[in-house]
Design a protein. Structure first.
Length: 216
């Protein structure tokens, strides 16, 4: 009898704990009803533009809140994947990290930025030459570069252009850090400047270079 009572007590505790958890979830939603309606409208609009039927997760299953511009960017990327599958083409991952050994390394990395005007996403195409000596790999001096910066996602009416050459801010045996900036334009008028930082990290034993990028 004692064993039965103990089992019932444990079941009751478990049930109560589940009730408390459910109550906590219900009282602290990830997103508001209004924001969820915005998501539905954005998904419908993007789906109509791209000719793709998009179904948004139920509100109760969403575990992350986005701004409207971030959510639109997510929907556009989703459509890019669907288009790629439909066309039978493969999605090529960014070349990062590089192959090992000596020679010129070409790498790419994405760099997002939220501004007052909305969500932006750029791709940094970078390169560096690796040499060897004394049993280890090393950077060839002066060869690291942010070659060009491509704007991938941006609010309507905006664009960006690269406005200077790469500038070195750190030069060590296993790390190179460069900066380069772009001007953001709205309808042909410059409205902001964004500076990017590209960090090349060299494995001196293998010659593999890993690139990290960010918008400052």
């Amino acid at each position: 009898m004692k064993k039965k009572l103990l089992s019932l007590s444990l079941c009751l505790c478990l049930a109560l704990s589940m009730v408390v958890t459910a109550y906590a979830t219900d009282t602290k939603p990830i997103i508001s009803d209004e924001q969820y309606q915005n998501y539905l409208e954005i998904a419908e609009q993007v789906g109509e533009e791209r000719g793709i039927d998009i179904t948004v997760y139920p509100e109760s299953e969403m575990d992350k809140a986005y701004t409207d511009t971030e959510f639109e960017a997510e929907m556009q990327e989703f459509c890019d994947v669907i288009d790629s599958i439909k066309s039978g083409s493969s999605i090529t991952p960014l070349s990062n990290p590089s192959p090992g050994g000596v020679g010129m390394k070409s790498l790419e990395v994405s760099a997002p930025k939220n501004l007052a005007s909305g969500y932006y996403l750029w791709r940094l195409n970078c390169s560096v030459r690796i040499g060897s000596g004394n049993g280890y790999y090393k950077f060839d001096a002066g060869t690291a570069s942010i070659d060009y910066i491509t704007l991938l996602r941006f609010p309507s009416g905006y664009s960006s252009t690269t406005n200077n050459d790469s500038k070195s801010v750190l030069n060590s045996s296993n790390q190179q850090i460069l900066r380069r900036s772009v001007n953001i334009f709205r309808n042909g008028t410059a409205v902001a400047t964004v500076t990017f930082e590209a960090t090349f990290v060299l494995n001196t034993e293998t010659g593999v270079v890993t690139l990290r990028g960010k918008a400052l």
